[in-house]
Design a protein around this ligand. Structure first.
Ligand SMILES: Nc1ncnc2c1ncn2[C@@H]1O[C@H](COP(=O)(O)OP(=O)(O)O)[C@@H](O)[C@H]1O
Ligand SMILES: [Mg+2]
Length: 230
C-alpha cells in the first residue's frame, strides 16, 4: 500500500485510489483550453492550504497572468501567495528581442527551479509547459535526450511534480509521456454544437484505474470530474 496525497480535484482522487503517490512525476497533456493550467494550479492550491508549499513555474513568462486568471476561482490563491505558501514564477525558456542573453537551456532552467524548490521547501511543483521547455533546446537532434535528462533530474527533487504538455495528436507519444510515473489526457471535442471536455487516465503507476473518458466540468471552485462520457 502506498501513501497517497490528494490532488484536490473533486471526482479525480476517487478514481485513483484516493490520490497520487507523492514524490513522483506526472504529466497532464491536452490541447489549448482543455484545463491543464487550472488543474495544475488547483493541485498546488490544495497542497498549499494543507501544509505543502507549492510552486508554479511558467516557461512563457505568464506567471502573473496565471495568478490573475486563477484568482477568479474560489481557491484562495491571493491569500496563499501572500502567505508564501504558493509561488508563481517565470523562468526563461527563450530569449526575447532585447535580451542580451546568455545561456538558456534545460539544465539552466532546472538549476533555477531546483534552487527555488530548496530555498522555499517546495513540496508540489507544476511546470507549464514541457512544450515551451523545448524552446530552450538549441540542438534539435538532442531534443528527446534533453527532455529525458530534465525529467530524470526533476525526480531528484523532493517534490510531487506535474508537468503540463500541449497535445496535438493523442496517437503520438512524447518523451515526457513515456518518462513520467503517471499520464493524464485532457480532451476538448465537439459533440453536436457544443464543446465537451473530458479527462482520461492513460497510466498511473502503482494504481488500479480504468481508461474511461470522464466529463471535466468547470465551476467557481475549479475543475471537477464527473461521470463517463457516453
Ligand atoms: N470561471 C472560469 N474562469 C476561467 N476560465 C474558465 C472558467 N470557467 C471555465 N473556464 C475555461 O477554462 C479554460 C482555460 O483552461 P486552462 O486551464 O487555461 O486550459 P489550458 O491550460 O489547457 O489551455 C478557458 O478556456 C475557459 O473556457
Ligand atoms: Mg495553460
Amino acid at each position: 500500500m502506498y501513501l497517497r496525497i490528494k490532488t484536490g480535484i473533486r471526482g479525480f482522487d476517487e478514481i485513483i485510489q484516493g490520490g497520487v503517490i507523492p514524490n513522483r512525476t506526472y504529466v497532464i497533456s491536452g490541447p489549448p483550453g482543455s484545463g491543464k493550467t487550472t488543474s495544475g494550479v488547483q493541485f498546488l492550491a490544495y497542497g498549499a492550504s494543507t501544509g505543502e508549499p507549492g510552486l508554479y513555474v511558467s516557461l512563457v513568462r505568464g506567471a502573473q497572468t496565471t495568478v490573475e486568471s486563477m484568482s477568479g476561482y474560489n481557491l484562495n490563491i491571493p491569500m496563499l501567495v501572500k502567505r508564501e505558501k504558493l509561488f508563481f514564477i517565470d523562468v526563461k525558456s527563450a530569449a526575447v528581442y532585447g535580451d542580451a542573453d546568455t545561456r538558456i537551456d534545460p539544465s539552466t532552467i532546472y538549476v533555477e527551479i531546483a534552487n527555488f524548490v530548496n530555498t522555499h521547501s517546495i513540496k508540489r511543483l507544476v511546470i507549464d509547459s514541457m512544450s515551451t521547455l523545448r524552446f530552450s533546446i538549441k540542438d534539435h537532434t538532442a531534443e528527446e535526450a534533453e527532455i529525458g535528462r530534465f525529467i530524470q533530474n526533476l525526480k531528484l527533487l523532493d517534490t510531487t511534480t506535474i508537468l503540463l504538455s500541449e497535445m496535438i495528436d493523442p496517437s503520438i507519444y512524447s518523451t515526457e509521456q513515456y518518462a513520467c510515473d503517471g499520464l493524464v489526457f485532457l480532451h476538448n471535442f465537439m459533440r453536436g454544437r457544443s464543446m465537451t471536455r473530458a479527462i482520461q487516465i492513460i497510466k498511473m503507476c502503482g494504481t488500479a484505474h480504468d481508461c474511461e473518458m470522464r466529463k471535466l466540468g468547470f465551476t467557481e471552485n475549479g475543475v471537477f470530474v464527473s461521470g463517463e462520457v457516453v
